[in-house]
Design a protein around this ligand. Structure first.
Ligand code: RB5
Length: 148
C-alpha cells in the first residue's frame, strides 16, 4: 500500500514519527511536506496529499496538523476523498468499517505520538464492511457529482 503523509508545522514532528513507523512497517510512503518547523498553512499540504490519492499514485493519506481539524476540512473538499478526524481507536476502526475512509486526520496537539501511531496502524489495517455501508458511501459519491 502506498501512503501519502502531510503536515503543517503543528503536525511536523508527529508526521515524521508516523513516516518512520510506516517505512519500518514496509509501506511505500510519499511525504509531501512540510519539511521544517516553520509556520505554514495546512491547506497546501493537505491538498497535495489528497491529490496523490485523486491521481491514483497513493491509496491512503495521513494528515497531521495541530488539531486535525483544518486538515480534515481541506481533505473533505476533494472529490473521492473521505477523510476522518479520529481521536481514538474506535473512531479509526469505524472510519474504515463504516465509512471506507481513505484519509486519516490527526491532531498532534491532541494525541500522544504512540497513541496516534496506534490509530494509524488500525486505520491502515482494518477493512470496509460493505453491505448497507456501501450504499451510504455510494450516496456520498452521488452527492459529489452534484455539488463538487
Ligand atoms: C496551526 O497553529 C493550527 O491552526 C493548525 O495546525 C491546525 O490545528 C488547524 O486546524
Amino acid at each position: 500500500m502506498r501512503v501519502a503523509v502531510a503536515s503543517d508545522h503543528g503536525g511536523f514532528e508527529l508526521k515524521e514519527k508516523i513516516k518512520l513507523h510506516l517505512i519500518e512497517c514496509g509501506y511505500d510512503v510519499v511525504d509531501v511536506g512540510t519539511d521544517t518547523r516553520d509556520s505554514v498553512s495546512y491547506v497546501k499540504y493537505g491538498h497535495s496529499a489528497c491529490e496523490k490519492i485523486s491521481e491514483g499514485s497513493c491509496d491512503r493519506a495521513i494528515l497531521v496538523c495541530g488539531t486535525g481539524i483544518g486538515m480534515s476540512i481541506v481533505a473533505n473538499k476533494h472529490r473521492g476523498i473521505r477523510a476522518a478526524l479520529c481521536t481514538n481507536v474506535f473512531m479509526a476502526e469505524m472510519a474504515r468499517h463504516h465509512n471506507d475512509a481513505n484519509v486519516l486526520a490527526l491532531g498532534a496537539r491532541i494525541l500522544a505520538a504512540p497513541y496516534a501511531i496506534k490509530l494509524v496502524d488500525v486505520f491502515l489495517s482494518e477493512s470496509f464492511d460493505g453491505g448497507r455501508h456501501k450504499d451510504r458511501v455510494s450516496q456520498i459519491n452521488e452527492m459529489e457529482e452534484v455539488i463538487l
